[in-house]
Design a protein. Sequence first.
Length: 711
Amino acid sequence: MSEAKAKKSSAGTAAKQANPIEEINVGLLLYVVRKNIFIVLLLVLVGISFSWIYLRYVPRIYESSATLMLQSVKTNEVLGVEKIMEIDQKELQREVELMRSKNFIENAIDSLGLEIAYFQAGRTNLLNSEIYPSPFVKIECNVLKPFLYGQRIYINVLDDYHYEFRYAAGERDIVKKMRFNETFKNTDIEFKVVKNFTSYKKLINPEIFIIIKDKSQLVSEIISNIDIQPLNLSTRTLSVSYKSENISKAYSIVAQLSQRFMEYNRQRKAESIYNILNFIDDQIDTIGQEYFRIQDSMNRFMVESGLIDPERQMDISFNTLRDIDVEEKRILVDKRVLEGLNNYLKRNDDVTFLMGSQLEGTASVYLVPLQHIKLLTDKKRELLLDLNPDHPDITILEQQIEETKKELITSIQSAVNKNDIRYKAIQAERAKTIAFLFKIPENQNKFSELEQERDRVQQIYLNLVDQKAQYSIALAGIVSDFILIQAASVPKSPISPNILMIRASGLIFGLIVGLFLIVFRYFQINFVLTVDDLKRRTNATILGIIPKYKTPLEYSQVVVVNSPKSGISEAFRTVRASLQFLPSQNKSKVITTTSTIPGEGKTFVGINLAAIYSMLGRRVIIVDLDLRKPRLAKVFNINPEHGVSTLLTGQSELEDCIYESGVTNLDFIPCGPIPPNPSELIMLPRMQELIDELRLKYDFIFIDTPPIGIS
């Protein structure tokens, strides 16, 4: 059975505001899952395939590491200089930067032969394997032209005695067949290949290629892949690790750097202590000069600041501040009185109230103009007893009152402005007094600071003298600071890529994308599948279910008359039976059909529901109130000149607008000519009169309204 359309009573009901996230429809969700399960599986397969391809072609990265610890040297303890030789976090960081420096790495890797990298080409030439140490041949070369750095030079072993090498020089290829241990030289390179194998037949792949790196390129590559970090400040340990695609290369670099660092540390310790002693001597001279400079500053400050009687100066300043507070309060009182008087005059014409109040301070000078305004106001009142308000004498008095008020308001505003200026001057005087007050303890504090600075410099001077003696003693017992507590190890497994994580990521990626697809399509569904869905989303009463008519119709038709025993006819009878139980205050019932958008079948439901009522022998009429896109005229195949539009505008009588439908007991009123203002016509009182007239003639009135989305 196709998807159903549910009809409900529209009287006094409203759709629920359902939140699609809070109200998950499990049935609908399962429906979407079933519809998209194959796409989800395909996405999972794609994710797994991408992870497999990634793992197939991404190179494996191995990491070798070693741990160095700053040892507690017994000699320093005996000499009493162990605190001097302590290395804090900053010192450890300097050691780290030393190991990362280009000069140190360049000296450390000289014996590793990393300038020439050997590679075995992969089958697809996408993933090449580096061979370290040198494979079945060892190459000695001297590059004469820089373009060969970073370029591939191919070596192909031909037999037990000969090999062929080739490289690209611009647009031409240099190819040369040579004997082992024989030196080749041209303008680009000086080249010699030493054989490291016993039999050519035992070679699995006799062709390799090499890449020659200059020293700066090689050092930069090592720096980018090496990681040197302090592990623990309390244990004073350093971690040295190196990442490479070749296991042996990673191990050799870490082992060499660790060993050379300890050797280098021993060599530079003596020089370091000498530098420290020279630095201490310079600091002793500098700090001594600083000490005498501070002492001179203290003497000059005592003379310049005049610290004679600071307590008396503070008493005078406090008395001045009290006087300022009294003056400030008086100014603020005058300001409030003047502003209140000004606001009152702006809002009120009658000044009698002001005459009864007590104006003090600055405001008392305005009593005279206020009395003048009052006299003018009283005189105006007396004249109004005998004269008309428009009399010239009254007008002259009003002008005098208004001019006097304006002059008074201007004078008050001027007084307010002067008050503000005086208030700012008082504030400036307060700030000046406070600044002077604070300067007294400031001078005392400054002198105390100078004393503290002198004591601090003196203490530094004494500490430097003590450290110089201790470093001089330590110079005789220099040993290495670092020991190797964990030697470089050969990595057993790669650290990158994480095979398990990438495979799981491919699977999870497919599942997540599939889940998003299901959620997206779930929220894209905009139709109702079941009656339960409709009940969750509306408060209206469900009167029945009308199945979708299987035969396509050009426009709505009355199908219950032609097929009275069909399933759709029985569905309309069910709706009719449900409607009979709805309460009605009048004998005649008015039933309205509508929809959310055009094309949902409201006209089809309306005419067939009206027809099913007419089969009971009741008088039924259906009115076409869809004045924008009327349907009833097409349904009953007429071209009316009269209808609802002409009836509401008074151009037709009711009897002229009622047509027979061809169905017994069923009449209808078509739309008539389409009006330009359908909404205004329906809102006319004539509409209610029309419904009342129809109630007198018919048992049921069906109204086909426009969709609520456009009504």
